[in-house]
Design a protein around this ligand. Sequence first.
Ligand code: AMP
Length: 286
Amino acid sequence: MKIIRLPRQMTAWSNSLIRRGKRIALVPTMGYFHEGHLRLMRLARQHADHVVVSLFVNPIQFGPREDLASYPRDLERDAELAEGEQVDVLFVPEAGDMYPEGAQTRVTVSALSEGLCGRSRPGHFAGVATVVAKLFHIVKPQVAVFGEKDFQQLAVIRQMATDLNWDIDIVGHPIVREPDGLAMSSRNTYLSPAERLSALCLFQAIQHARQRVRQGLREADKLLSELDGLVRADAAVEPEYIAIVHRQSLVPQALLDRDSVLALAVRVGKTRLIDNDLLFADRGVP
Ligand code: AMP
């Protein structure tokens, strides 16, 4: 596996493969790999001849009071894990090379970025869309793989790819969970043992919601108030939002249907965690 740091070297590598008719898949990440990341790499491999994983803790998607400085990093371990997945290139650019002095351009996907996580993280999705747009130009993939754990991010990127006529297949991977249901996340390492238990409220809320839907409940308001009670029952958990939205438009729904996604964000101590799931039987958002 090659580790490439400079954007122009990354593009040169991709150009040489594209000239030979090869298909490249990109998996954008912020590193500190867990099984969720590794599954994305495996799925990428099924879609292409060569897999590029980018590892970049993107400063412009963090707010001023967020965890940019403390975000977990371990390049040596990540490189070993990626190598074990037969990744061809780990692309690890420096912030100064991604955003040289004087850079001014931001990619904004308007409506989809406004609700849910966008409300409490202003500018976050513009930061994400901008870095993904740059990665698409630098790596030139035919396929890019993203996790459904960040389902608003996936919706934003699909919209950006459509709006900007990008000829790239955007592939989603279902959420990878720990055995007890907690969605895997690099941020789970922030949790104390007690907080780790409290964090299970996210999966419990999803299970409760799916059970109520199976019982025939269709009013979003009623379900949301039950979920609010369930999450607040643990004093260590502060909900940021609990919402039922359409899987593609992300517009809140009054009545549940097969397109309904339950999306949650909570704070457990200082750690912000998100989760989501489709409420009807078939799993996974598009
Ligand atoms: P991150 O490094 O957290 O920015 O994540 C990189 C990619 O991995 C994103 O597309 C995430 O949605 C995806 N991802 C992170 N955690 C999970 C998970 N538990 N299951 C599936 N995908 C995930």
